[in-house]
Ligand binder design. Structure first.
Ligand code: MG
Length: 97
């Protein structure tokens, strides 16, 4: 798969995750646990598929893990609520994000 197809697969998986779980907001610790669970599934497929090249199930699990990282980045870089930002600005003046 070339980069474009990989990114499209991750985008498709993100859409599926949003449909299943909605907009997720978690602590770093929770995100890390979710990612580790997905990586565990990657490991399981590798262990079960020794010697089997181009395993579509492995690609599927890798894409799921990548999509979790994308979700984590989205959550972490989420713009601050404008009302909270206004209140913080009122309390503390201009703030860098
Ligand atoms: Mg998985």
């Amino acid at each position: 798969m070339d980069t474009q197809r990989v990114l499209e697969a991750i985008q498709k998986e993100r859409t599926k995750q949003i449909g299943k779980w909605g907009d997720q907001k978690h602590s770093h610790g929770k995100w890390l646990l979710i990612l580790q669970e997905e990586l565990g599934e990657v490991s399981k497929v590798i262990l079960e598929g020794v010697g089997f090249e181009n395993n579509p199930h492995l690609v599927e699990e890798m894409v799921q893990a990548a999509a979790v990282i994308v979700a984590w980045i989205e959550d972490y870089t989420r713009p601050i609520d404008p009302q909270i930002e206004a209140e913080l600005r009122q309390l503390y003046g201009g703030m860098d994000k």
